[in-house]
Write a protein of this length. Structure first.
Length: 157
């Protein structure tokens, strides 16, 4: 009965080779890819759905964890121009941590039209700290979206 196992494996292998040989793919792709249609009417580029190239870039956070629940903040405006925002961050952990609090102002298609961030250094375990930031927002923003990371910023160990 032990001879049936090698025989069964050989039959399975032969079937796989036979099926692979039946493919109508000759290995060469002769089709020409077609570009996808532009969502804009007439195929023109619409710059109102493109993020500004000069958005500020927040610093990296080592050993980071998401921490949106650690902040409270005032209502954020979406009018074009400078948009100030302030609030409080509370560290619920048992050790001091840095926070990078970033807000993105976006439109209905989630394009980022403005960004502001602030680094709040060394928030003690169980302690709170006030923060504020300002972002330059362009026309078309419909909401602001927070992104908060806690961990270590900079050369701290």
């Amino acid at each position: 009965m032990t001879a049936a196992r090698p025989l069964g494996t050989a039959v399975l292998l032969a079937a796989c080779v036979a099926l692979a040989g039946c493919s109508d793919d000759d290995g060469g792709d002769t089709s020409t890819p077609t570009p996808s249609e532009s969502p804009a009417a007439g195929g023109t580029l619409t710059t109102d759905t493109i993020s500004p190239p000069d958005l500020p870039v927040p610093p990296q956070v080592r050993n980071s964890a998401g921490a949106v629940a650690d902040i409270s903040y005032d209502e954020c405006g979406t009018d074009p121009g400078p948009q100030p925002l302030s609030g409080t961050v509370t560290n619920p952990t048992r050790r001091s941590l840095d926070y990078v609090i970033t807000f993105n102002w976006i439109n209905d298609t989630s394009d980022v039209l403005g960004r502001g961030f602030v680094v709040v250094d060394d928030v003690g375990a169980g302690e709170s700290a006030d923060w504020s930031l300002e972002a330059e927002v362009v026309d078309g923003a419909t909401q602001c979206v927070p992104n908060v990371l806690r961990g270590t910023v900079g050369d701290q160990g």
